[in-house]
Design a protein around this ligand. Structure first.
Ligand SMILES: [Zn+2]
Length: 96
């Protein structure tokens, strides 16, 4: 079982308290009506599925009920860091 540090509660808690919510840092198109069907479809349905380091959004459902971000390795399940929504990961040259 994963142990996840919630950046709001400032506690290391068990995974069943959380829900995985998909890829982090997805930017909604500024003008959705101006998007082509392909652009809108890409935004809605296409996600990265890397083998290795991944930026994810999680929800602390049985705790503070807030969303936050996690940098996790999808192979080893090692959690590198967690950080609040709206923030960027610390020491992260690979993240654009
Ligand atoms: Zn929390």
């Amino acid at each position: 079982m994963l142990r996840i540090h919630c950046p709001y509660c400032q506690e290391l808690r068990d995974e069943p308290e959380f829900h995985y919510c998909g890829e982090a840092h997805l930017a909604r198109p500024e003008d959705p009506a101006g998007c082509s069907d392909a652009e809108w479809g890409t935004y809605l349905y296409f996600r990265r599925n890397p083998r290795g380091r991944h930026h994810e959004m999680w929800y602390h459902a049985a705790g503070c009920r807030r969303f936050f971000n996690v940098v996790r390795d999808t192979v080893t399940y090692n959690i590198e860091q967690t950080y609040a929504m709206g923030a960027q990961p610390a020491h992260d040259e690979a993240h654009e």
